[in-house]
Design a protein around this ligand. Structure first.
Ligand code: MN
Ligand code: MN
Length: 325
């Protein structure tokens, strides 16, 4: 069946990514929506779940806000020249919505099941949360064959333990992931960590397990270039997951998040840092904790979409390198 609105004059506009950016139903980067996994190389997936939040909720609305803002991103990376949509079939797989949202561990099991289907189909997942608790079930699928390394950019280490009777809230996923053999802590680097804590050793597990923690002051002193070089050294040659918590950014550039911390990474530093990670064998990535109800002028969702595009470029390059190798 021919399209209802065929382009008469500009044939390029048959490509939804070339159509005017204020038109169409918003998908991630204006990519086609599909659930046919055999037609997808990189799947962008919303996980509208914030049942792991300990304080200010609202990240469940993150995927929709990032979808809308991602219409501002175009087809080529203007700095690196990477063309993720040309080298891979990038599709919006829709949302991993939750049938049992009021039962945290059951909800995480649902997410893990969804991602097992995605990963077993050979699709590289790029996810938009949702709070940071979703990274644990995603890792259950991505690291099913063995522990992976991780580049984790966040104001918080998220290696906490029990909080009010739960060990699966958004401040603990990476401790659980190490315990479950999903992460190799010797190949994990955490960047941007800062802020006050309730316990002087709140993130002690990061260091005791052997993760490399680059706190915000050290990042400030060493700069994005040296931090990226250290990250590349730590994660080494094997498969690596990339987890980006939007609260790593300074609250001036990312007010729309549940747990802001003063004195964060600038968007300029974040973009340089991410681009300097080219060459790492990334097998999946996420962007979490965008909470639009706290946002101002959509700046957080827009910066989140911009981070997501750099993550997509890293995944596309790594996938192409695996294919070539
Ligand atoms: Mn986090
Ligand atoms: Mn955080």
């Amino acid at each position: 069946m021919p399209p209802l609105k065929p382009p008469v004059r500009y044939q390029d506009l048959a490509d939804p990514q070339a159509q005017p950016r204020h038109t169409g139903i918003p998908t991630f980067f204006r990519t086609p929506h599909t659930e046919a996994l055999d037609q997808v190389d990189i799947g962008v997936i919303g996980v509208p779940f914030d049942g792991g939040v300990t304080h200010r909720s609202g990240a469940r609305h993150g995927p929709r806000a990032v979808r809308v803002q991602s219409a501002l991103l175009r087809r080529y990376n203007g700095v690196t020249g990477v063309a993720p949509f040309a080298s891979a079939r990038v599709r919006d797989l829709g949302d991993c919505w939750i049938e049992f949202p009021y039962q945290l561990e059951a909800a995480l099991d649902e997410i893990a099941g969804f991602y097992r289907s995605v990963v077993e189909a050979g699709v590289v997942p790029l996810s938009v949360g949702g709070d940071h608790s979703i990274s644990l079930p995603i890792l259950r699928a991505v690291a099913a064959a063995g522990p992976v390394g991780m580049v984790h950019i966040d104001a918080h280490s998220d290696t906490g333990d029990d909080y009010m009777g739960s060990r699966f809230h958004h401040g603990a996923p990476f401790r659980r992931a190490v315990e479950a053999g999903l992460l190799d802590p010797a190949r994990v680097v955490q960047i941007g960590i800062r802020g006050t804590t309730n316990d002087p050793d709140m993130w002690g597990f990061s260091r005791s397990s052997g993760m490399r923690v680059i706190g915000m002051d050290e990042f400030d002193d060493m700069g994005w270039r040296a931090a990226a070089a250290e990250a590349v050294r730590v994660v080494g040659d094997g498969p690596v997951y990339l987890s980006y918590d939007i609260d790593s950014l300074d609250p001036a550039e990312a007010p729309g998040t549940g747990t802001p911390e003063a004195g964060g990474i600038t968007m300029r530093e974040a973009l340089r840092l991410l681009r300097a990670l080219r060459g790492v064998d990334f097998v999946g990535a996420d962007l979490v904790e965008v909470a639009p109800s706290f946002d101002v002028g959509d700046i957080t969702a827009f910066n989140g979409a911009s981070v997501l595009f750099e993550e997509l470029c890293l995944l596309a390059e790594a996938r192409a390198a695996r294919d070539a190798g």
